[in-house]
Write a protein that binds this ligand. Structure first.
Ligand code: NAD
Length: 177
């Protein structure tokens, strides 16, 4: 655990691949502000893009988060968006995250590996409720995109606009083919 972390400052972290950002992520992000004053939003796996599981670049995902949080009325001084590249060593990953981010004292994650690594490092863990997981999952939304299903209502309007602007659905379909 980082030495600067103290209980007076309530800063949390949520790390996600956001492939793409969806309404489940937004709901969790909003809920975290009941528990923290500032949130670090880590964009995970920044080195990967243009694959079926990770079609969007780190920059595109950063834009999705920024524009969508503005759309939600969440002010920019409440959060930090930090790109986090994967490393080959899980045991070192928390230190890697700590090096890249302002210090924090609460971790929000529904991902078992992320939960395990931060718990072992001594962090307070908060496991968010999953909202409408049947539809609000990156896997489901990418599947709908490939099969011309109704994905747009599952993501914030700003994120849908960015995906259209970058021809994201066509990119995904092309990779799929
Ligand atoms: P994700 O975008 O799938 O999910 C991020 C978070 O959003 C989850 O923890 C979950 O709490 C929340 N969420 C998702 N859907 C939700 C819903 N419907 N309702 C409510 N909450 C919802 O991202 P992820 O795959 O969990 O991201 C973890 C990142 O950490 C990855 O980039 C992974 O590579 C990285 N990581 C890297 C290492 C390493 O480099 N060695 C180790 C561990 C993790």
């Amino acid at each position: 655990m980082q030495i600067h972390a103290n209980s007076k400052e309530r800063r949390g972290i949520l790390i996600g691949r956001m492939q793409p950002l969806h309404n489940g992520h937004i709901q969790v992000i909003k809920d975290t502000f009941k528990e923290v004053d500032e949130l670090i939003i880590g964009i995970g796996s920044t080195q990967i893009s243009h694959t079926l599981e990770n079609p969007f670049t780190a920059g595109e995902r950063t834009l999705m988060v920024k524009k969508s949080l503005t759309e939600e009325g969440i002010e920019g001084d409440k959060y930090y968006i930090i790109p986090i590249t994967d490393i080959m060593n899980n045991a070192m990953w928390v230190s890697h995250v700590e090096m890249l981010t302002p210090y924090f004292n609460k971790v929000f994650s529904g991902n078992p590996l992320v939960q395990q690594l931060f718990t072992e490092a001594g962090y307070e863990l908060n496991v968010p409720v999953l909202f409408n997981r049947k539809l609000l999952s990156g896997t489901k939304i990418r599947d709908l995109m490939i099969n011309d299903g109704g994905w747009e209502d599952l993501v914030p309007k700003s994120t849908a606009m960015i995906i259209k602007k970058i021809n994201g659905v066509e990119r995904l379909k092309h990779i799929y083919r």
